[in-house]
Design a binder for this molecule. Sequence first.
Ligand code: PAN
Ligand code: ZN
Length: 190
Amino acid sequence: MHIENIVKKLNLNDGCIEGAAVKIRKLSELQECFADETAYAAALAEGDKVVYSVSSIEPGDNGGDLHFGLGMIMPGRIGDEYYLTKGHFHEKREAAEIYIGLKGKGAMLLEDELSGDSRTVEIKENTVIYVPGNTAHRTYNTGSEPVMYLGIYPADAGHDYEAIKCKNFNCVVTATEAGPEMKKRSDYQK
Ligand code: PAN
Ligand code: ZN
């Protein structure tokens, strides 16, 4: 990235990085992500809503470059499961990532590739989450306003959506009377 162009403004009103390309993900693009397929079909029949967007800055890859994206997930649910991102591993499995919560309230679902172990961590303003390598990561909006965060990752990390799409995450994050709760996908689907 040229030294004259190194300052980027985040617009937390519309979830964009000034001058950056924005990728929008609508409900129809999230087939097989949500656990409750009936609720998904019913929601889609009512309209193809925007679920999330990512505004990314991707300078070249000179070996040491970093890429970063401002994610914005809208509030909503499919069944009891909160609106979510597709989720992925990095193609280069050892590539870690830093997430910085900026606005709203969400949860990150992390799944270790080798053990299959899952955990969730809250993501909100003033929170930094270190996503280790070899970890599938998906973000949920568990609040009632858009959740926004910055993800910063090595330029050569790459995104592998297929590996996690085949079997989906082992767990889901759902709304309960006690608040957001992680449960096994198989338990939710009962
Ligand atoms: C993030 C994600 C962002 C959207 O910038 O790309 O949260 O999620 P999906 O990429 O799973 O649709 C990131 O983790 N980048 O590596
Ligand atoms: Zn990532």
